[in-house]
Design a protein around this ligand. Structure first.
Ligand code: HEM
Length: 344
């Protein structure tokens, strides 16, 4: 029988782990490094898995009280069941992804997405339910729950099992890794490196049909600048002299290393002369797809016209896409039309 002290201990640990998992998870959706954040996420994930037997005992005890006439209790029960289903689903999905069990794409209802994509998608959807669950079921942790030799030994025990599980899981992932598509610390698999346009594409619904005509296309630089600039495709090609080899890592689970050729954004901004009140930039693509950056972050950005010596094709963002080495792929704005220097 699990006593109330251990119930508070386990629930408080799960709360701390979910906070770590959500923060490292959210971080990993934006920045593909440092790898330590991904390892902290994995270790926290295994610590959560290790706690499942104890949490199940707590949940079953609560479930055994069944439903009653109080709406709030029944709503809470429903939320707890949903959270349990979602947690088990995202754990299974990510371990199948990690150990390359099953197909790259997983169908849930009429939708197919990569196992890792579903992992974070469902995890994001869980966060509001988790906050509601914690708000209504606050574990009321007490200092005594985490102090004392017994509790310290329990914590060390959980930590040790989580670390060993993480290590074994990584070794298994190495063993099941495909030599064609090696896995990166982000969990993404390599596809089509140094193959020019022959690398995977992640598009939102409708984006696959985008075809910009070079004759009518132009790139605008506007906002807090001394000189507004309008470049035609021919102008951009003439300025397209800088090259960078960078890794495009998509949160959908693939990554590719390519040599990109184009214009350094910093060169374009110094040509436009940013006014003193300028504090950042917004890169804008068709369908008003935008990504904001600070002026410092703009230093690393390349506006690419070519990949692997080939002009970008339509699905990769012809005529111009952003290359942002320090960000995950969804910040690499495709089909660019505008650079706006913003003020506070
Ligand atoms: C914002 C949300 C999240 C994102 C972006 C995210 C992303 C990731 C990524 C990229 C991996 C590595 C996959 C691999 O190595 O192939 C991973 C692993 C994992 N995540 Fe998450 N995750 C999120 C939330 C969560 C939550 C809420 C949980 C817990 C319920 C969780 C549990 C795990 C576990 C157990 C692993 C596997 C550990 C391992 O790789 O050995 N994640 N996650």
């Amino acid at each position: 029988m699990i006593n109330s002290k251990n119930v508070r201990f386990i629930n408080a640990l799960i709360l701390i782990l979910f906070i770590i998992l959500s923060l490292t998870g959210l971080y990993s959706l934006v920045w593909p490094s440092p790898s330590s954040f991904f390892e902290i996420h994995r270790i926290a994930g295994w610590a959560l898995i290790v706690l499942i037997p104890w949490k199940s005992a707590i949940a079953l005890r609560s479930l055994s009280r069944g439903v009653d006439r109080r709406l709030t209790r029944n709503v809470m029960l429903l939320v707890s069941i949903l959270l349990t289903l979602a947690t088990v689903t995202i754990l299974l999905l990510v371990l199948m992804w990690k150990w390359q069990i099953g197909d790259y794409y997983v169908w849930i209802g009429p939708y197919a997405y990569s196992g890792i994509g579903w992992h974070w998608g469902i995890a994001l959807g869980m966060i509001p339910f988790f906050i509601f669950h914690v708000w209504r079921r606050w574990p009321r942790p007490k200092k005594v729950d985490f102090t004392g030799r017994r509790q310290a030994l329990k914590l060390m025990g959980f930590g040790a099992v989580a670390l060993v599980s993480w290590w074994v899981a990584e070794a298994l992932a190495k063993a099941t890794e495909s030599s064609q598509a090696p896995r990166r610390f982000t969990g993404s698999r390599e596809e089509g490196s140094f193959s020019g346009n022959a690398h995977p594409v992640t598009t939102a619904p409708g984006e696959g049909k985008i075809r910009l005509a070079p004759e009518t296309w132009a790139l605008q630089v506007r906002g807090a600048v001394e000189t507004q600039i309008r470049l035609t495709y021919a102008d951009v090609l003439a300025l397209s002299t800088s090259e960078v080899t960078a890794t495009l890592d998509c949160t959908g689970g693939w990554y590719t290393v390519q040599t990109w050729r184009g214009i350094r954004l910093a060169d374009l901004l110094s040509q436009a002369k940013i006014r003193p009140e300028g504090v950042g930039i917004i890169l804008r693509g068709v369908a008003d797809y935008t990504a904001p950056f600070t002026l410092a972050q703009a230093e690393e950005i390349l506006l690419a016209t070519h990949v692997g010596g080939e002009a970008l094709n339509h699905v990769h963002g012809f005529p111009l896409r952003a290359v942002v080495p320090s960000r995950r792929g969804w910040h690499w704005v495709k089909w660019m039309t505008e650079i706006e220097v913003i003020t506070l």
